[in-house]
Design a protein around this ligand. Structure first.
Ligand code: ZN
Length: 142
């Protein structure tokens, strides 16, 4: 599947709990972990709850909504990201609480701290779907 959000990039190393997370991404499901003991949500995935150390937190699908916690605009293109700048790199605070490093697609000038966003999916490499974020409501239009 291709979308307007696709970009080329550097393939990340996929190890440990992250391998399962990327498997869910290929199905365009934004998964985070939830502790069955204390209820805390967490991301990135880990083998234990970072609050109470309970083992094997369960996978749950995030709502895919959140807000821009902070962001920066990349003006220079690092190796592997040709013809993409400028673009906004943002920390997204998911509705469930965890924060996630991602991109807000579209014009960087339109990005603001606190703006509401929702997940969209980009193909960054063959077999590599990654979540990016768009202003709420924009995903349906594009
Ligand atoms: Zn816990």
């Amino acid at each position: 599947m291709t979308s307007d959000h696709d970009f080329t990039g550097v393939q990340p190393p996929v190890v440990g709990e992250e391998a399962e997370w990327f498997d869910h991404c290929r199905e365009e499901r934004l998964m985070i972990q939830r502790c069955a003991s204390c209820g805390r949500h967490q991301f990135p995935p880990r083998s234990v709850c970072i609050e109470c150390l309970e083992e094997e937190p369960e996978w749950v699908e995030a709502a895919g909504t959140g807000t821009v916690f902070t962001y920066t605009v990349q003006h220079r293109e690092p190796p592997g990201f040709a013809d993409q700048a400028p673009y906004a790199i943002a920390i997204i605070e998911l509705s469930e609480g965890p924060r996630m490093l991602s991109r807000v697609t579209g014009k960087p000038d339109d990005v603001e701290i606190g703006m509401e966003v929702e997940v969209a999916w980009a193909t960054a490499a063959p077999e590599l779907q990654v979540p990016v974020f768009v202003p709420t409501g924009a995903a349906d239009a594009g």
